[in-house]
Design a protein around this ligand. Sequence first.
Ligand code: SF4
Ligand code: SF4
Length: 248
Amino acid sequence: MKKYLTKDELIDVCNRINENYLPTDKVYYEKIDKVLADTKLNPNEKLMFSYIELLKVIDKEIVSIENKVDVQASCNKGCFQCCYFPTILSGLEAKLLTEYILSLTTERKINILNHLSNYYAGNQDLLENACNIDFKTDTDYKVKYLSEKLQCPLLDPEDKSCMIYEARPSSCRTYVNYCSPTVCEESMIPEEPLSFEFMHEFYFDALNDLIQTMLQNGEEIINIDYPQDSYEYGYLPLMLAINLNRTK
Ligand code: SF4
Ligand code: SF4
């Protein structure tokens, strides 16, 4: 059975991580170097493959840190309170996520697209309220967004799992709880003594580096406006809707 840490135990874990772990972007760049050397992939396949592989590096890095300090996340399939938190994506990630959904097997893709169509039709007011909260200027945006009780469009309404778990964005990976899951349910914005958010920068810098290298090499990437797509940010529900509409 999983052991949920108390806050003091978690602080002790943080201290041990600080003593034993030196943040590095090396593994992310090793991954893109391998992809760049792969001559079998066309530019868009290279980008999509790297996007998923770099996201997987975040998971691997977190597990490697957990193993060093002997802790296990409390997170489980079907535990979904964090899927009400605001997820902010760049235009680039939103495009890649949309492309990923469209590249799935027909049955899975149709299931997700039907669900999204119902989600957007059934949550118009909530979406308008939540997505109009300005995360760039409003320091209370997280609490305000959560108070709208808008679930992520990619949360399966049946079994409350992520419909694109293997491609979920970096913030869904870097927010990990080691205390009781009730912490996520009961606190509007749980305190985060331990955060892996710094990994987003490693992953995103490596992804940008890959695109820049590909463009310098004269490789044509379809559907990406670079660098504009890397500078635009928005809430996941809105960014996904914009990109799905573009593909219609
Ligand atoms: S972060 Fe919290 S709500 Fe999300 S899966 Fe982990 S324990 Fe559950
Ligand atoms: S993308 Fe998946 S894991 Fe992330 S908030 Fe949405 S449903 Fe949850």
